[in-house]
Design a protein around this ligand. Structure first.
Ligand SMILES: *[C@@H]1O[C@H](CO)[C@@H](O)[C@H](O)[C@H]1NC(C)=O
Ligand SMILES: *[C@@H]1O[C@H](CO)[C@@H](O)[C@H](O)[C@H]1NC(C)=O
Ligand SMILES: *[C@@H]1O[C@H](CO)[C@@H](O)[C@H](O)[C@H]1NC(C)=O
Length: 439
């Protein structure tokens, strides 16, 4: 790893020197044509006013040339930077320093309720140096900007950047009502580039303007962050449990975490290495479903909590209000502070996690979804519901009140097809029969 770091530094140093020398040579070049101009001037004082014009034209030309060269070298530098980023992607792991800086990117548009989000971030933030807040605003909505600006003006660790491209996006006719999703994808690309490429941070915590957070939100990311550099099969950390309703979680286990191959979003951490890999192929729209495509994510996993560390209070927005009423409204936000940085989280590393499942699953009592739903457990127990097909899974999930949709063959919160939840005093595992053999 340190070998790669040295290489990176050496290349950057080389480039900087190269550009400096280049600029020096350019500047050295300038007097020559100027001298020509001066000679011409004295030789042609008779044609006074005409030659003054010629001089100023020539000087303008020179300026243009120098600034063009500068632009070109800046562009080259950026290109090299991005190539290097991409090379750090995939399984490659960058060493993280003892105390990482994890900026929080707040993605804002035209909702003045961003105030509620920012107030909570400021309130629960343990230390502004570790967690600087960067708001990226799209949509050019002045009232929202004024709210953001009031935070920026009162706190040097909060900054704002405006998405510069406000041009219209032409979308296929049948997609016209979904244009908002195109703008969101464009904004995310700009904002992630800003934090991870332009500012050069090694990771970022992404929240949208309609999220409440739990008191241990920052502690959660700080505690789980080291897992990403220990396990190349992890690509993100999410604060969200897609099946996080009170009736589906173990309220007595706020410290419990899981792996999932279904990208949860809603408060998540991304590292620059993975961004280097995603940015060249970033989609025009629907990026969250794109991040659930096993071909894109290469079947890697995210960490997610048993009890969500975010809560979506946003009702108006691009996604439909109905989804909020039926689903988001009933999600449970964690209230107990868990000291994740002091917990032993090695059980989440793939090898340990798979081994534990391999040992546990064969020992579980088998039940059907209706049996689970219709009886309370008197003693703590874990049960298994085995399924053989997607329709069978969907039926069981519906009966239990779980999200029943899949993306790229992966059920929400799924890990190797396994979905776990906590119902009426029981830990429940829905498991594909095949996984029992392969895990
Ligand atoms: C934005 O709002 C502020 C405060 O209400 C106002 O002073 C300013 O003129 C507005 N700017 C624009 C461009 O509308
Ligand atoms: C602005 O966005 C449009 C649509 O996404 C894109 O085609 C165009 O290249 C962008 N312009 C700039 C300057 O990035
Ligand atoms: C963490 O837990 C694992 C078992 O899951 C154990 O093997 C390991 O020794 C523990 N590490 C520490 C530092 O306690």
């Amino acid at each position: 790893m340190s070998f790669k770091r040295i290489n990176y530094r050496r290349i950057t140093t080389f480039l900087v020197i190269f550009v400096l020398v280049w600029m020096f040579l350019l500047i050295k070049d300038i007097p020559k044509p100027l001298k020509d101009v001066r000679n011409k001037l004295s030789a042609a004082q008779k044609y006074d006013h005409i030659d003054k014009e010629a001089i100023s034209q020539k000087v303008d030309l020179l300026f243009e040339r120098v600034s063009n060269e500068l632009e070109e070298s800046n562009r080259l530098l950026l290109e090299v930077q991005q190539k290097l980023l991409a090379r750090h992607g995939g399984g490659a792991v960058r060493e993280s320093p003892k105390k990482p800086v994890l900026p929080v990117l707040v993605v804002a548009c035209n909702r003045v309720t961003v105030r509620r989000c920012l107030e909570q971030l400021v309130k629960h933030r343990p230390d502004p140096e570790t967690f600087p807040i960067i708001v990226s605003q799209d949509c050019g909505h002045n009232a929202t900007y004024q709210v953001i600006k009031s935070f920026v003006d009162s706190d040097p660790s909060i900054s704002v950047v405006l998405q510069p491209n406000q041009s219209d996006i032409t979308v296929p006719k049948k997609m016209r009502s979904l244009k908002g999703y195109y703008k969101i994808a464009r904004h995310y690309k700009f904002a992630l580039d800003h934090v991870l490429v332009t500012l050069g941070h090694e990771a970022v915590i992404i929240v949208e303007d309609d999220l409440d957070i739990s008191p241990d939100f920052f502690e959660y990311f700080l505690g789980t962050y080291p897992l990403l550099s220990k396990d190349p099969t992890l690509w993100c950390i999410s604060a969200w449990n897609d099946n996080g309703k009170q009736s589906l979680i173990d309220l007595a286990s706020p410290g419990l975490l899981h792996r999932t191959q279904f990208f949860p979003g809603l408060g998540w951490l991304l590292r620059s290495g993975v961004w280097g890999e995603l940015r060249p192929v970033w989609p025009e729209a629907f990026f969250d479903d794109w991040l659930r495509d096993p071909a894109i994510i290469k079947s890697r996993s995210c960490i997610r909590p048993e009890i969500s560390r975010t809560y979506s209070f946003g009702k108006v927005g691009v996604s439909k209000g109905q989804y909020f009423e039926n689903h988001l409204r009933h999600m449970q936000l964690n209230t107990q502070f868990v000291h994740f940085t002091k917990l032993n989280l090695t059980y989440l590393l793939k090898e340990n996690y798979d081994r534990n499942l391999r040992m546990l699953l064969p020992t579980l009592v088998e039940m059907t979804a209706p049996e689970v739903k219709n009886s309370y457990s008197v003693a703590p127990e874990s049960v298994i519901i085995i399924y053989d097909s997607v329709p069978e899974y969907t039926r069981a999930a519906k009966a239990l009140g779980l999200m029943d949709d899949l993306r790229g063959g992966i059920p929400r919160t799924g890990y190797e097809g396994i979905v776990t939840c906590f119902i009426k005093g029981r830990r429940v595992y829905l498991v594909p029969r095949e996984t029992l053999r392969t895990i």
